[in-house]
Design a binder for this molecule. Sequence first.
Ligand SMILES: [Zn+2]
Ligand SMILES: [Zn+2]
Length: 170
Amino acid sequence: MTLTNASDDDGGIRLAAADAGLLEVSIRSAGLKVTAPRLAVLRALTDRPHSNADALFGAVRTDLPGTSLQAVYGVLASFTAAGLVRKIEPAGSPALFERRVGDNHHHIVCTRCSVVHDVDCAVGHAPCLTPADVLGFDVRAAEVIYWGLCAQCQLDTTSRPAEHTDTIHP
Ligand SMILES: [Zn+2]
Ligand SMILES: [Zn+2]
């Protein structure tokens, strides 16, 4: 048996190809067919975790002029169903998507600017994650969303108080 490494003439596009190759492997190993819209959406999601469908559509529409928001929704639905992508739905926000799956991590959301960050699974004893009665369910996951003001919004609100008029300094 002979190995042929001779036709190695694509050095210039190696990096881009490797990147696309990784995305293709991810899509295939989730049991999905690789298509241009799926590649584009997965790439956009890699760069922008916690994006909603609108934002992802905005990111892929230049690369895929023929695509539609509906097509992006379809891609996200197939990714979510295949376990390739995780969908999170903070109250008052459109559904957000991310590639970090399977580690039961949680999210911290700013009540003012809606920025979302990952936080690792709650440390220490977290009794709220163990229901008193599982009602016959086989519990697979518990979702925690921490709400608060992000560091930037704390700075913004202390430098120019907008809504609170109870502490006015003359
Ligand atoms: Zn904020
Ligand atoms: Zn996350």
